[in-house]
Structure formats: C-alpha cells, structure tokens
Design a protein around this ligand. Structure first.
Ligand code: PLP
Length: 388
C-alpha cells in the first residue's frame, strides 16, 4: 500500500489539484510584475494588464472555437457565468427547458427567475442519467427562449447528446446554454461546430487554472443584459452601464492573478491535449470501475457504455453512509473524495441515490494508476472490516 501521509486528491470534479507549476508562476508574476488593473490607466503596468487579459481571452476562445473573443466574459466561477447567462437572457413570459441532471448553479438561478414569471420544464433523465433529445423536443413551446443543460453530469460523468440537442435548439429558434463545468479541458469543445449559443465554464476544474476563475462565451448576436453594474474603465461619463463587449459585462476589478494563472493553465492544456487529458482521466476511472465491480455490496452509477462517460465516478457501498465512507477514507487513508448530493439533488433522485447521495471519485491529469490501486485497497479493507 502507498503511504497515506502522502495524501491522494481525487476530487478534481470540484476543483483540480495540483495545478501545473506554470500556473503558480504566472499568478505570482502577475502580482509581482503587473499589479495594476486593465483599462484603468495609461501607464505601462495597466497596459500590460490589458494585454494579458486580451491574450488569455483569445487563448480561451481558440480552445473552444468561440467565434468572437470579445464576447468571452471573465467571471469568478461557472456559477457566476450561469447566472449571467440566465438572468441576462430570460424575461417574464419566457420558457426554459432544462433537465433533472443539473447542478444547483443552474437550477437555483432558474428557480429564482420562476418567481418573476419565467416558466421551466425539467426533463427527466433515464436511470443512467442520460437525456433523450426527443423528450427535450416534446417540451419545446412557442415561447421557449432557451434550452439550458450541462454537457457532463458532475454526479455520474455521463456525457449528454449535446449535438442532437443543439440541432433541436436551432430548429426551434431558441438559445442553447451549455454548462461545460465538467467538460471544458476534458472533452474537446467546438462552440461553432456544435452550435452552442452560450457556454459557461469554470477556469479551475478541467482547465487547471486557479480558483476564482471562469467565463461565459457568447455566440454573435446573442443579446444579454449585464448582471452587475459598476466601474468598467470605459464610458465613465455615463450613469448607465455600457453594453459593449467585454467591458460592459465585467464591472469591477478583475481577478488578474487568477486570469494570468488561467492563461498559463490553458497553454498547458493545449500543449498536453484536451483529448489526451480526458482519456487519461477516463482510463483511470475505467480501470477503477472494473476492479470495484468485483466487490460485494458496492454499486456503481452512470452510463453503462464507457464511451458515454468521463473520469467522474459515483459509487455506494450497501449499509454505509457515503459521508461516513469519505470521512474514513480521509482520516485513515489520506484520500480526498467527495460524498453527498454534489449540489445536484435531482440527479440523485434519477439514479436512485437520494438523499444520502454517493461517494464521488474524480481523478485528474496528475492522478495515477497507483492511486486507483490504493483507493481500491482502501475500499476493499473497509468492506472486509464491515465498517469503520
Ligand atoms: C455541472 C456543474 N455546473 C456548475 C458548477 C459550478 O462551478 P463553480 O464552482 O465554478 O461555480 C459545477 C461545480 O461543481 C458543476 O459540476
């Protein structure tokens, strides 16, 4: 067995750890060498900050083939991007089609909007957590303004049929909002080819950037209202919030060190290859799954077909509370995994693990086969002891 004091981090679906060394360096360099705010002055440091922002914006846009880098808005996480997307687009009288697999970061803003006259249809998924595009098609109404779904479930790792759903949105003349929190950096994304109108993503998960980073990318022509109003460093003579991209949608001082780190992270991800990173995580999870499938009383969730899954894996052990299991893995083995509902209660209703939830294992780019073996041995020992 490995030495548990080393610590094994397997919660990359929450936030990736560790980050590439270049990310640490970029964060420190932005703080030490730039310091200033973009668009807030004509001196050298402020101009360097503006250039940095533009470079990272362009790099991110290229990564997901977003048509216009200026329409890529920096946010502090995926939650802020999703809030900007739904509050920015939807008005009373609009209808939204969403699903039972969504994270609270999407569901809760939609529920808030419901109070002011937006209606919602929540489409159920099958017992594997997968959506049927036909069910989405049937839910579309004449006032459907948006289909809002996640690309990959943070509970099961199941990959939704986004291309088919994008075709439906296009045919119906409504917008597709994609929550790419669990796919960016793991599955190659092409906003234009797929036909995604709004793409919300964190910078700190699959992209391996610092916490406190994220973005919302918009296709040309998608009109939104800003969620925040305040200083933009532009049109300062006007009382009203400017609506030009990107400044009008990034009020307040940017997380420049975070964005600098995100830039280095995206460079690392591009150099390594998104498909290669995704395959590595998938292969580790698949290896673990095959071993775990032999253990008595252990249940695995998510799509049966390995091609419909990423590296996120959910499990339960009969007679054991997932939170107790996670606590024990941490305390006795130094393994960091997440338990509970993972902010997606309806996903657990769907797969039959509500209310206790599951134990979620999510390897990252820096995770190893040896760590999978170690977790397997730990779970085997726990099952054999019958308890903690
Ligand atoms: C599917 C999904 N959407 C949204 C989020 C929210 O991401 P953030 O923590 O960056 O706000 C998460 C994070 O767990 C997620 O898994």
């Amino acid at each position: 067995m490995m030495d548990h004091r080393m610590g094994v981090y397997l919660d990359n679906a929450a936030t990736s750890f560790p980050k590439p060394e270049a990310v640490h360096e970029a964060v420190v360099a932005a703080m030490r060498d730039i310091g200033a705010s973009p668009g807030r002055g004509g001196y050298g440091q402020a101009l360097a900050a503006s250039r940095l922002l533009m470079t990272v914006r362009e790099s991110l846009a290229a990564l997901i083939n977003a048509p216009d880098p200026a329409r890529l808005i920096f946010t502090h996480n995926a939650t802020a991007a999703l809030n900007q997307a739904v509050f920015g687009v939807l008005s009373p009288g609009d209808h939204v089609v969403t699903s039972a697999m969504e994270h609270n970061s999407l569901l809760r803003p939609l529920r808030l909007l419901e109070k002011s006259g937006v209606t919602i249809s929540m489409i159920p998924a099958d017992s594997q957590g997968l959506l049927d595009p036909q069910a989405i098609r049937q839910a579309i109404r004449s006032n459907t303004r948006m289909i809002a779904i996640s690309h990959v479930s943070n509970v099961t790792g199941g990959i939704q049929p986004v291309a088919a759903i994008a075709d439906l949105a296009k045919a119906a003349g409504c917008l597709l909002l994609l929550d790419a929190a669990q796919s960016v950096g793991v599955i190659p994304l092409d906003m234009q080819e797929t036909g995604v109108d709004l793409l919300a993503a964190p910078g700190h998960k699959g992209l391996m950037g610092p916490q406190g980073t994220g973005f919302l990318a918009l296709a040309p022509g998608v009109m939104i209202k800003p969620l925040l109003a305040g200083g933009t460093g532009s049109s300062s003579d006007q009382d009203l919030q400017p609506d030009d991209f990107p400044e009008g949608f990034e009020a307040g001082t940017h997380n420049l060190p975070g964005i600098a780190g995100l830039g280095a992270a995206v460079a690392f991800v591009k150099e390594t290859g998104v498909a290669r990173i995704g395959r590595h995580e998938h292969d580790l999870a698949q290896y673990l799954r095959e071993k775990l499938a032999q253990l008595p009383g252990l249940h695995l969730y998510g799509p049966v077909d390995p091609l419909q899954r990423t590296g996120v894996l959910s499990l339960t052990i009969e007679g054991m509370d997932p939170s107790e299991l996670a606590f024990f893995l941490d305390k006795s083995y130094g393994i960091a995994v997440r338990s509970g509902l993972h902010c997606a209660p309806h996903a657990h209703r769907t797969i039959g693990t509500y209310p206790a939830g599951t134990l979620r294992v999510s390897p990252g780019w820096f995770s190893t086969m040896q760590e999978m073996d170690y977790l397997y041995e730990a779970l085997t020992a726990i099952i054999q002891k019958g308890h903690s």
